[in-house]
Write a protein that binds this ligand. Structure first.
Ligand code: BTN
Length: 244
């Protein structure tokens, strides 16, 4: 497998691949993955559901990263989009800032977390949960429109092969998450973010999570989204966007 990653660790079962990398010492660019993550965490303190044996949970740690960690999220989302394309799923897009969707619903979520000391980012961990072989019944417990590679292609997927392919594409895009090629990565990310120009409803945690109706104007070069609520265009740092 790719030389980009220093180590690739498989776990039969794990609580959370993100927590494992955050709580223990590993070389820069170590991957931990499992098909049975029993206490997965999502953004904004949500739970990431486990469907044992059917889905992938994979995290990567970056020691003292020099770039804004949003670009790790972006690289991982783009790696998944290219992996999905290789399985004939051409319709995947990024729902700012960290979800990957097809037109049938959410197929993956990404969580990037960091450990900071005196203003220095000591460690970033980016984890992705991908619905691979989950069927309708497995996904029925999730309260939003959700899909999987199985549902998109109509065939059962060799989860190990899928993971290997995804890791290759992850290396390709993470190599771009570097000062020298970041402009290219930004362009790809913005090109695949379907929310730009769309009417949407925003829940912004800095605004008490109230629902705000309006339009997504653009995503800037630092990865922030600008939202027009009809009176004002303002920057959204952390929030949820849903196209309406
Ligand atoms: C979200 O949609 O809110 C983000 C979900 C992120 C889930 C992944 S699965 C691998 C890694 N380990 C975790 O505990 N969470 C992330």
């Amino acid at each position: 497998m790719s030389e980009y990653f220093k180590d690739i660790i498989y776990k039969e079962e794990i609580d959370s691949t993100n927590t494992y990398l955050l709580d223990n010492l590993f070389a820069d660019r170590t991957i931990v993955y499992s098909f049975n993550q029993n206490a997965g965490r999502g953004r904004l303190d949500r739970v990431w559901n486990n469907i044992a044996g059917k889905n992938l949970a994979l995290s990567i740690c970056f020691l003292k990263p020099q770039i804004n960690p949003i670009w790790f999220t972006a690289a991982i989302a783009l790696a998944l989009i290219e992996t999905l394309e290789s399985y004939g799923i051409a319709s995947a897009w990024i729902k700012w800032p960290n979800d990957v969707y097809t037109d049938n619903g959410k197929i993956a979520g990404i969580l990037t977390e960091g450990q900071w000391t005196s203003g220095i980012n000591m460690k970033s961990v980016t984890g992705i949960g991908i619905n691979i072989n989950a069927d309708r019944n497995d996904l029925s417990m999730i309260d939003k429109k959700t899909t999987s590679v199985f549902l998109e292609t109509g065939r059962s997927i060799d989860i190990k092969k899928f993971t290997e392919k995804f890791i290759e594409y992850a290396a390709k895009y993470l190599r771009m998450a570097d000062i020298k090629s970041i402009e290219q990565l930004k362009k790809y990310w913005i090109d695949h973010s379907k929310v730009v120009g769309k009417n949407a409803v925003l829940s912004d945690i800095y605004r008490g999570s109230e629902k705000i109706y309006g339009k997504v104007e653009y995503i800037d070069n630092d990865g922030y989204l600008y939202f027009n609520d009809g009176a004002d265009v303002f920057k959204v740092v952390t929030g949820d966007i849903n196209i309406i």
